[in-house]
Design a protein around this ligand. Structure first.
Ligand code: ZN
Length: 135
């Protein structure tokens, strides 16, 4: 039985997996790896790129994986886009396929998520940017 303590909130995840996903509240800038991954995913949606300078990581998956909730400062322009998914990609970690997805809501970046599609599990880290391939 996992101890779900204060600071964790339940979160509806795109995983739809067996385990409930929880999010640990945080407030920090993107790491260089997270930023590089987001930049790669935005290569065909450059209108979102300026938001990378104004985004905070507000939540992190409690399992220690690189799945993140993002919040762009309210005063940043919103991109006109109705589709929630901005970009999806496959990458590789030690020979295992990892899926990475970047989501928006009301024109702001809101989530970066990574999981093993074969196992429906979260990886311990993001795949190398060099391994990313478009879906
Ligand atoms: Zn996770």
């Amino acid at each position: 039985m996992k101890d779900v303590t204060a600071g964790f909130t339940s979160l509806a995840s795109v995983l739809g997996g067996q385990k409930p996903t929880t999010t640990r509240t945080t407030d920090r800038p993107l790491t260089p790896e997270e930023r590089a991954t987001a930049q790669w995913l935005l290569r065909n949606s450059p209108e979102f790129l300026p938001q990378l300078d104004h985004v905070r990581v507000t939540g992190q998956c409690s399992c220690g994986c690189p799945t993140l909730d993002l919040r762009v400062a309210d005063n940043q322009p919103r991109v006109q886009q109705s589709e929630r998914t901005i970009a999806e990609a496959y990458g590789e970690i030690e020979g295992k396929l990892v899926r990475v997805i970047l989501l928006q809501s009301r024109g702001h970046l809101v989530r970066l998520e990574a999981w093993y599609p074969d196992a429906n599990e979260h990886p311990a880290r993001l795949p190398d940017v060099k391994s990313l391939m478009s879906i």
